[in-house]
Every structure is written in C-alpha cells, then in structure tokens.
Design a protein around this ligand. Structure first.
Ligand SMILES: *[C@@H]1O[C@H](CO)[C@@H](O)[C@H](O)[C@H]1NC(C)=O
Ligand SMILES: *[C@@H]1O[C@H](CO)[C@@H](O)[C@H](O)[C@H]1NC(C)=O
Ligand SMILES: *[C@@H]1O[C@H](CO)[C@@H](O)[C@H](O)[C@H]1NC(C)=O
Ligand SMILES: *[C@@H]1O[C@H](CO)[C@@H](O)[C@H](O)[C@H]1NC(C)=O
Ligand SMILES: *[C@@H]1O[C@H](CO)[C@@H](O)[C@H](O)[C@H]1NC(C)=O
Ligand SMILES: *[C@@H]1O[C@H](CO)[C@@H](O)[C@H](O)[C@H]1NC(C)=O
Ligand SMILES: *[C@@H]1O[C@H](CO)[C@@H](O)[C@H](O)[C@H]1NC(C)=O
Length: 530
C-alpha cells in the first residue's frame, strides 16, 4: 500500500466520522442515507430514516417519526405505495434538486419533484418535522424546491397547511393509512373542498362522510367546541392566493397532532408524558349527527332528541313510511310552496351547524340586511347568513339548494335564515307571538294575585293590631312599631276598604285580559267591572 492510498483511506474515515459527529440534519448531493442510517432535526424532535410495517416484517418504508418524545410515532411516509422488500434502500439528493429513493437494483421507487431550478441543493429535516429541499442555505419557505409538509400522509403537524395554493393548484390533504400496519393509502381523505364557500370534509372514496361546516370567522361551524385553549391555536386563511386550515402550538412543550385514522375518524391527539402515550383530546365525529346528511334535506339532527332527525319548521317528511322506519335520508319537503313573485319571507334558526356550502355563494362586504334582500330577489336562494360572526357579524353567505347536514347545537350562537312562503312566516311568527303573550299574561296574573294576597294579609294584620291598639290606648299606653317610631300618625291610613279574593276575582273577571288597563313596573292594573 503506497502512502497516497493510505492518505485517501484516512481522509475518507475522517470525513465519515465528521459527518456522524456533527449531528446531521441534512444531506447534500454527494451524500446519502442508507437503510440503518438516519438524520435528526436540530432540536432532536424528529428523525428521518427507514422503518418496517408491520414492525417485524421486511417491508421497509422511508419516513419521518417522532424522536425525543412519542418515539417511533410515524408522522410522514415517502414510499407509501411501494415498500422496499429488503434493507438495500438508499435516499439521495440529485443535482436537479430532487430526492430519490433507490432500491438495490438502483431503480427509483419514489421521488420528490420540483419545477424550480436547483443550485447547490440539499435536503434538511427541520425541527417542525418538515423535510425540505432547498438551494444552499436559502431557508425562506417561499423558495423551497420541495417540502414534505406539502405532501402530507395521515398526520397534520403544527404549522402544516391543510388546503390549497390557488395559484399553483397544490392541494394538501390527509389520506388515511390502509390499516395501522399498512401505510399505503386507505379509503379516507381529509381535505378542503373549494366549492362554494370552502369547508373541510372527510371523504370515503368519492362520498362525503363528514363535514366541518364553513369557517365562521371564529371556528368551523360544525365545531362549536373549537375555542381558544391553552394547547393550540388555529387559523383559516382564505384569500386570492391560498385557502387552508392550520394550527400551531401555544406552548411548544405540548406535543399534539391531528390524525386521520384508517377507519376515517379525525382525531386530535396529545402526548401525555406521565403515561408515555397519546391520548385523544377530541374526535371530529362526535356522534351520529356528524354522519354526513344523516337526516336528508331540510331536516335537522339533534343528538338529544329521539328520533334524532326532525324536519325544519314548515316541512314534512318526503317519504313518511321510510322516515318512520328511521331512514331519514329522503329528507323533507315544504308544506307550502315558495312564491318568489308574491314575496317570500325568512325564518330564523339559531344554534345550528350551517348546511353544506358546496352549492353556496358569498360576498364578504355585504351586511346581513343587504344579504337578506339579495336572497329575497334571487328566487333560487333558499337561505342566507352572515359569513363571519366575529365582531358583530359581517359578510353574506347564500344557499341555493336543498339545505343538508344541519345540526342542532343548542348553545352555539350561529344563526341563519331559511326562505319560506310568506304565509308560513306569518303563521310561525304569530304562533310564537301568541306563545309569548300567553306567558306574559300568566306571569303578570300570578304577580297581581301575589300582590293582592299580601295586601289582604297586611290589611288583616293591621286591622287586628288596630283593635288591639284601641284596647291598649284605653289603658293609656304608647305603641311603637318595629323601627321604634311612633305609629300614631299612620293610623288614619289604615281605614282602606277590604275585599276578599273572591270579590276581586269576580270584579276583574278572573284577571281577564279584557279588564286589563295597563302594566306597571311589576304588575298589571285591572278594571273592576260591577
Ligand atoms: C417487493 O416485492 C413485491 C412482490 O414480489 C414486488 O411487487 C415489489 O415491486 C417489490 N418492491 C420493490 C421496491 O422492489
Ligand atoms: C410532479 O410529478 C407528477 C407526476 O409524478 C406531475 O404530475 C407533476 O406535474 C410534477 N410536479 C412538478 C412540480 O413537476
Ligand atoms: C448563505 O451563504 C452565503 C454564502 O455562503 C452567505 O453569504 C449568506 O450570508 C448565508 N446566508 C445565511 C442566511 O446563512
Ligand atoms: C375500503 O373500501 C373497500 C371497497 O369499498 C372495502 O372493501 C374496504 O373494506 C374498505 N376498507 C376500510 C378500512 O374501510
Ligand atoms: C409550557 O408548559 C410547561 C409545562 O407544562 C410550563 O412549565 C411552561 O411554563 C409553559 N410555558 C409557557 C410559556 O406557558
Ligand atoms: C359584494 O357586494 C358589494 C356590495 O353590494 C358589491 O359592490 C360587490 O361587487 C360584491 N362583490 C362580489 C364579488 O360580488
Ligand atoms: C333536492 O330535492 C329535490 C326535490 O325534492 C331532489 O330531486 C334533489 O335530488 C335534491 N337534491 C339534493 C342535492 O339532495
């Protein structure tokens, strides 16, 4: 062995030792990751390498998993559809700025692609769990050649965007694993549907199974429990360039992720150190009422009612037999047809999950009044609401078809207005007015009765006292009331006329509304008929 060879061998040793020692989080064009090797993000939260599913099988996947905590939980998989059959896999960065995964026969089994030109490209695993391809040290996300956050598997990590880049057409969606042991694409996807006003939906194949409802400025209409919390904050961005949902951590010491399960459940999981396990913080599909369109069109679902489905006011089941057999999917029909020319009206609903907006239109600058008149003018418009309920409400959302997938949440403040025939609006308005009147009458009648009773009681007591006093006076004694003042000066007022309750009831015709003269601060005044 000559001196030069020895030197070369020595140098290559030094280079490889240097690479291992400087806790690598990136690879460049001349480097590679072989099966068994990994790179780790700078803070040690995530690791990239090869893993097996099922755990002891020879199916090898390239992926990213949690490292510091939740060790081994897979957050992203590259070759989901085509596992390697052995440990011959190699990940490389090409001169063109692509990541390629090669098998033992040097065939590309997975690759990233990019439309941008590369200069000194390198791949880096960021502390967020994002694997990015960048030019040199250009760490501006706008300039990344490629990033794994743009191609999610079944996990949404903090900082990821779920939704679309309108300009490039990039659509980031979650797709479930086939099973917990099989990362290949399962039947479910979670995505932002851009039709009408955008909503997040879970789909099984081409069928919608769950809908978040539209974003109302504070939260998704179907997630009333989505409130400011100490764990994470969320946002919905919708402008000319992008529409997406994202969340971020409030306190980075909390580990949380959103996961679309193999069976289509969308869950938020939180890592619990004490138990060293993930716990389900919330599941999007809370109960049967979250099954998409369970009740059909023009019906609402209330999980506390039996049956759960109920036609909206002024609607009746389209197929009564099926409806009674708890097959509600046929939905409901109007009692009285609309009549756009002769003027329709609107019935207000509150505390609901807004219906499917895939066939809706919106205008951000209109107010509710303008929204109503636009809906009224447009004969095909079936309902309207504010687009944004924050800051007192703004914007206009209009529906144009059967209203479907409505939930009744009694607490939440979301309101919307359903187009009805004018006669129906009158009927419901006056029936609720009558109900209100009946309430007022019964309450004021009981108040009056109470006042009269106490008056009678008071008079009775005073009369007794007076008799007693007269007796006492005869003995020449001074009388004091409870406050200690003399009661002499009040004696003149005591001679009020006394009626018994029967007399009063007869006179006021049982506190009849016809005898009511007016209403005072805390009671009603009645005319006495003789
Ligand atoms: C692994 O083996 C299966 C079955 O033999 C084959 O279809 C597949 O292409 C192989 N995967 C790779 C990455 O070579
Ligand atoms: C990436 O590759 C896919 C096909 O594999 C192609 O449809 C798509 O246009 C490519 N994207 C870019 C940015 O080159
Ligand atoms: C990137 O590298 C260039 C040249 O090596 C240097 O001038 C520049 O300051 C670096 N930028 C950052 C953000 O490190
Ligand atoms: C996915 O869909 C196929 C075909 O509809 C079905 O056979 C399979 O059981 C489904 N898998 C899951 C996990 O639901
Ligand atoms: C974050 O959480 C940790 C542990 O619960 C706590 O010690 C820390 O004070 C929190 N930090 C902030 C900024 O709230
Ligand atoms: C929204 O409504 C305003 C006020 O009526 C109108 O000027 C504007 O053109 C509408 N925008 C769209 C996109 O229709
Ligand atoms: C809406 O109702 C009409 C008539 O009842 C029905 O023909 C149509 O299929 C329904 N559309 C949807 C989207 O449910």
């Amino acid at each position: 062995m000559d001196a030069l060879t020895t030197l070369v061998i020595l140098l290559s040793y030094v280079v490889s030792i240097l690479r291992i020692c400087s806790a690598v989080d990136s690879i460049t064009v001349n480097q590679m990751i072989q099966d068994g090797e990994t790179i780790t993000s700078a803070g040690g939260s995530f690791e990239l390498g090869f893993f097996s599913r099922p755990a002891n099988s020879n199916k090898r996947y390239l992926g990213i998993w949690y490292k510091k905590v939740a060790t081994g939980t897979v957050a992203w998989v590259a070759n989901r559809e085509l596992p390697l059959n052995d440990t011959s896999g190699v990940l490389k960065v090409t001169d063109q700025g692509k990541l390629v995964l090669l098998n033992g026969a040097n065939t590309i089994i997975w690759s990233s692609n990019s439309s941008r030109s590369a200069q000194n490209p390198n791949a880096q695993l960021l502390e967020s769990g994002n694997l990015v391809m960048k030019n040199g040290n250009d760490s501006d996300p706008e300039n990344f050649l490629w990033q794994s956050f743009d191609h999610p598997s079944s996990t949404l990590l903090p900082g990821m965007k779920l939704g679309r880049n309108i300009i490039t057409g990039l659509d980031r969606r979650l797709s479930s694993w086939k099973s917990t042991d099989d990362p290949s694409r399962g039947n479910f996807t979670y995505r932002l549907d851009p039709n009408g006003f955008p909503q997040l939906i879970v789909m099984q194949g081409s069928d919608v199974t769950f809908r978040s409802g539209p974003w109302n400025g504070l939260r998704f209409s179907g997630f009333p429990e989505m409130r400011p919390n100490p764990v994470f904050k969320y946002d919905f961005v919708f402008n000319e360039k992008e529409m997406y949902f994202t969340f971020d951590l409030v306190n980075s010491s909390v580990i949380t992720r959103l996961e679309l399960n193999p069976n289509g459940d969308l869950q938020r999981l939180v890592w619990i150190d004490r138990t060293q396990g993930w716990t389900v913080y919330a599941t999007a599909q809370k109960d049967d009422c979250d099954i998409y369109a369970l009740c059909g069109g023009y019906a609402t679902c209330n999980i506390n009612d039996s049956p759960r489905c109920d036609c909206m006011k002024g609607f009746v089941p389209k197929f009564p037999d099926e409806w009674n057999r708890m097959d509600w999917s046929g939905g409901c029909d109007r009692n009285i047809a609309l009549n756009c020319q002769n003027g329709d009206g609107f019935l207000k609903y509150s505390g609901i999950k807004l219906p499917d907006t895939r066939n809706s239109e919106f205008n951000r600058s209109m107010n509710l009044k303008e929204c109503e008149s636009l809906c009224l003018r447009t004969c095909s418009c079936t309902a309207y609401s504010n687009l944004d309920i924050s800051r007192g409400g703004s914007g206009c959302l209009l529906w144009f078809d059967n209203l479907t997938d409505i939930r009744d949440f009694t607490e939440d403040g979301q309101e919307f207005y359903v187009r009805m025939a004018a006669s129906e609006v009158d009927a419901f308005a006056s029936s609720s007015k009558r109900k209100k009147q009946r309430w007022v009458i019964s309450i004021s009648a009981s108040i009056v009765a109470l006042i009269l009773l106490s008056l009678l009681l008071g008079l009775y007591i005073l009369k007794k006292k007076k008799k007693k006093k007269k007796k006492l006076k005869r003995k020449g004694t001074m009388l004091y009331n409870l406050e200690g003042s003399q009661t002499n000066e009040r004696q003149e007022d005591l001679d009020l006329p006394l009626f018994d309750l029967t007399t009063i009831c007869n006179a006021t015709n049982n506190f009849s509304i016809d005898n009511k003269l007016g209403q005072e601060g805390f009671g009603s005044v009645y005319k006495v008929s003789t």
